[in-house]
Design a protein around this ligand. Structure first.
Ligand code: ZN
Length: 414
């Protein structure tokens, strides 16, 4: 099973927008942009919304059938570890193995020694085709990288083999993610991580590093965009070389997590994947849930009331909602609209504050981030929220489709 060159992770908190999401990919295909859909949901999200992995499979199959999509599509067990992988095995055919927690923990001495011995030939001047600068690498550098990353890769190998033993070889896509850690991986680290992945016999097709800068939830990139471009280009060059050097799959590509709404780096990403003829996986999740709120607000009446209610409850539960996302949000409480303000808002005003249109003077970055992490509030409303999505699906769906098509697919892959 080989993942296509361009793919997009389209997470959907409440499993109601599969068709609206797929419509965006169909529109892209009609415009000559071939991207395959991957419905992703993590254990964390399932826990927060009270859903099971099977619900994602049902949603994906139904959307594909209803719209007659004849291309590939996948269901991604996102950010799984050894403790929760089993519940995903039947319904997923794409596994994002998260081993970030093991970064910095040491493998056994003999394992580190064996790795360093195998890689000693790369000590000295390492030239990566396509990059102007070469890297000077010592045996100690390799040992240092092994001490920080080898155990994580070995754990990924264990999880991979566990899935393979149950599902069978070549029946799923493997992604390895290291994005949820403190420091970005350098291109040299990436090179040796890929070496370790190859020695561990993991048939990796996607690798998700941590990039420089902040990838806050649902809002634009924060950081030095030139530095990002440099790092992204280096990673593309390193992957191309590692594929040849270590015999990894030809279609190995970068996966960008929290990839939605990073408009200020999409231009560079687009330019560089074309320059290197490289593939890309763009993983998103919460951007669709925000479009649901926009749709409900624009529907007016009880839809708007519900959207306002969710914001009010989110304000009440501010600390609880922010705590698990502290590292990936940056909310300025002083700029959040007050209860009195929101009470007076029309559907348009609510939508304008929330929609990710940086040109719009009413766009409110903090409002958007708070609502992004407030999906638990809607989940706690149960049927009330789900029924509203059904009732107002005509306006919700349009917003979901347009957001993925106009603001994501065209800009990143077009
Ligand atoms: Zn991630």
């Amino acid at each position: 099973m080989f993942l296509e060159k361009y793919s997009m992770g389209i997470g959907d908190r409440f499993a109601k927008e599969g068709k609206a999401q797929l419509k965006a990919l169909i529109k892209a295909r009609e415009a000559g942009i071939d991207v395959v859909p991957v419905w992703n949901k993590s254990y964390r999200e399932h826990k927060a919304t009270g859903t099971s992995p099977e619900s994602v499979r049902i949603e994906a199959d139904e959307a594909v059938k209803a719209l007659g999509w004849d291309g590939s599509y996948y269901v991604d067990a996102d950010h799984i570890g050894i403790n929760n992988v089993d519940m995903f095995i039947d319904s997923s055919d794409f596994f994002t193995i998260d081993v970030a927690d093991y970064i910095g923990q040491k493998a056994q001495d003999d394992e580190i020694r064996a790795f360093v011995d195998k890689c000693t030939k790369y000590a000295g001047k390492l030239e990566i085709p396509g990059l102007d600068n070469s890297f000077n690498i010592t045996k100690d550098d390799i040992k240092d990288i092994a001490e920080r990353f080898l155990l994580a890769v070995k754990k990924a190998g264990e999880i991979y083999r566990h899935i393979e033993n149950t599902r069978g070889k070549d029946s799923f896509i493997t992604e390895v993610s290291m994005d949820e850690t403190e420091n970005p991986q350098t291109p040299v680290e990436m090179f040796f991580i890929l070496a370790a992945i190859s020695f561990e016999n993991i048939p990796v097709q996607n690798i998700a590093p941590k990039f420089t800068g902040r990838f806050n939830k649902g809002v634009d990139y924060v950081g030095d965009t030139d530095q990002f471009a440099l790092e992204f280009e280096s990673d593309l060059a390193v992957i191309a070389m590692a594929v040849k050097e270590f015999g990894l799959y030809e279609n190995l590509k970068l996966s960008i997590h929290s990839g939605s709404d990073k408009f200020s780096i999409y231009g560079n990403i687009n330019r560089l994947i074309k320059k290197y003829n490289a593939g890309l996986h763009l993983k998103t999740a919460g951007t669709t849930w925000l479009e649901e709120l926009i749709g409900l607000a624009l529907a007016g009446g009880e839809g708007l009331e519900l959207a306002k209610n969710i914001y009010k409850k989110a304000l009440d539960r501010y600390d609880e909602l922010c705590a698990p996302y502290a590292a990936v949000i940056n909310i300025d409480p002083d700029t959040l609209p007050s209860l009195e303000t929101i009470e007076k808002w029309s559907g348009e005003e609510y939508a304008n504050a929330l929609r990710h249109d940086q040109e719009c003077p009413e766009y409110n970055l903090s409002f958007r981030q708070l609502l992004h992490i407030a999906y638990k509030v809607a989940a706690d409303m149960g049927e009330v929220y789900i029924n509203a999505l059904d009732k107002f699906s005509y306006v919700v769906g349009e917003n979901v489709t347009e957001n993925i098509y106009q603001r994501h697919l065209i800009r990143v892959f077009g």
